[in-house]
Design a protein around this ligand. Structure first.
Ligand code: NAD
Length: 468
């Protein structure tokens, strides 16, 4: 008798082809273009969130031991907000936008029409497995596309819950979840898509982009990098420290693409800053943070080993000024601060994506801009300062996906701001109207009448015409 595993047919190239064929048929039939269909699907996302919050929280706990509050706010509430925003604005977003015309086409009028791209693929990552899966889907629905979502196999509980919920709540002739890892994603990437949105690391992004190139498929790549935090002196240090903690350990224990990766501060301010971290971290997570229920665990043993490799490099481990404890049995690493780690260490040359926070010291805070710009462009950069000139210089000189002054990570929560990277941290952006635009084609439409037919453009091209 065939085992359960054998009985479950593998998802291969033919399965991928069939999924795309079905979705394309629905798209061509015009199903997803209809405003009411888009509304119904967005409302279904809201209903799905409302009716399944405990199951979602449980899946996120299984995958990451994500604290309930973090799941409720950063995954569920953010998604609901995104969905409500799209529901409120979608009609307006869908309306053709008037464009000005010039003498070159006189008399004429023009508009820009947003049309759906077609059948799109969303490949998402494990760290915010619900948000990073469904937020792009919300944008793709609002823009009128058929969608395949491929959640990450590294967060399997959330991936299988998503597959079940999407099948139960949404129109499965137009929106499907395909679970799986490399073979399944490879089969999907063989197909022709009208857009691929990938969230994850830069190495796989190159595989995704190469596969997309074979079909001339445009891509959005939501990647990561090392997000710096500049800390100037003369600030409200307690508030700054708390906001850095919230963006680092309060976001999935540092496993977030926009979590602070390292701090830059001046030599004479570093000790005060470290003291402030010690005080606030102990206040938040207690004397034994490995036992705190308010910290996610490291997602799996591979990432646990990767983080310890960064931490246990000799020239790095000697720089620990707080934390460093680990518990392999439940994949926990305590919030860890390191002071003055060498620039050539692994931890300063790889995205950390975990609970370790190195502090680099410099002579003058102004030097931090060159330091940041000497590396690859980060997804986010932060600065704490009261100095107006420094704020201006930061905005003008630091290139990053997004900047926040006097806080961390919160730009993500603002649907009026585009969220995306630049250079190595990605290409394209989403959130709010930017999601709608990302999954739309902006079609130029020029209206002319039969009046005013200028002879200039018609042959014969006699010299006399040049003097007209
Ligand atoms: P991951 O391992 O979950 O991989 C992401 C996706 O890629 C998964 O769906 C996975 O199945 C797929 N994948 C893996 N190998 C593949 C292959 N060979 N071919 C095709 N697809 C493949 O996630 P990750 O990469 O570990 O995620 C962490 C990275 O993502 C970090 O760099 C982080 O900064 C970045 N990230 C960025 C954002 C953002 O919004 N910019 C959000 C979250 C994470």
């Amino acid at each position: 008798m065939a085992s359960e595993v054998e009985k479950k047919a593998a998802f291969d190239i033919d399965s991928a082809k069939e999924v795309v064929r079905e979705l394309r048929a629905s798209f061509v039939a015009g199903k997803t273009k209809d405003y009411e269909w888009r509304r119904t699907q967005l409302k279904a996302v809201l209903k799905m969130m409302d009716e399944n919050e405990p199951q979602i929280v449980a899946a996120l706990r299984d995958d990451l031991s994500k604290p309930e509050l973090e799941s409720s706010i950063y995954e569920i509430a953010m998604l609901k907000n995104s969905c409500k925003f799209a529901l409120k604005k979608m009609k307006h977003w869908m309306m053709p936008e008037k464009a000005k015309t010039s003498l070159a086409t006189f008399p004429s009028s023009a508009e820009i029409v947003s049309e759906p791209l077609g059948v799109v693929l969303v490949i998402s990552a494990w760290n915010y497995p619900l948000l990073l899966s469904l937020d792009p889907v919300i944008g793709a629905i609002a823009a009128g596309n058929a969608i395949v979502l491929k959640p990450s196999e590294i967060s399997p509980a959330t991936a299988s819950l998503l597959a079940k919920l999407v099948a139960n709540y949404m129109d499965s002739s137009c929106i499907k979840v395909v679970e799986g890892a490399v073979p399944e994603t490879t089969a999907l990437l063989e197909q022709k898509w009208d857009k691929i949105m990938y969230t994850g690391n830069g190495r796989i992004a190159r595989i995704v982009m190469a596969a997309a190139a074979r079909h001339l498929t445009p891509v959005v790549l939501e990647l990561g990098g090392k997000c710096p935090v500049i800390v100037d002196s003369g600030i409200n240090l307690q508030v700054a420290t708390r906001r850095i903690i919230a963006g680092k350990w309060g976001c999935n224990n540092g496993q977030a693409c926009i979590s602070p990766d390292y701090i830059i501060t001046t030599k004479d301010y570093a000790v005060e800053l470290v003291d402030s971290f010690k005080c606030e971290l102990e206040r938040f997570y207690g004397k034994n943070p490995l036992e705190s229920n308010d910290l996610s665990r490291v997602v799996n043993s591979n990432h646990f080993a990767r983080l310890l490799k960064l931490l246990d490099e000799d020239k790095v481990s000697s720089k620990i000024v707080y934390g460093g404890e680990r518990d392999k049995s439940n994949l926990k690493i305590a919030p860890t601060i390191l002071l003055d780690v060498p620039q050539d260490s692994l931890i300063m040359n790889e995205e950390i994506f975990g609970p370790l926070l190195p502090i680099i010291t410099i002579d003058k805070v102004e030097d931090s801009f060159d330091l940041i710009n000497s590396g690859t462009k980060p997804l986010a950069a932060y600065m704490f300062t009261n100095n107006k000139k420094l704020k201006k210089k930061f905005v003008e000189e630091v290139s990053a996906g997004g900047l926040v002054i006097n806080d961390t990570t919160l730009h993500l929560a603002e649907p009026t701001l585009p969220f995306g990277g630049v250079g190595d941290s990605g290409m394209g952006a989403y959130h709010g109207k930017f999601s709608f635009d990302t999954f739309s084609h902006k079609k130029a439409v020029l209206y002319r009448s039969f009046a005013g037919d200028a002879p200039l453009r018609y042959p014969p091209y006699t010299n006399g015409k040049l003097s007209l």
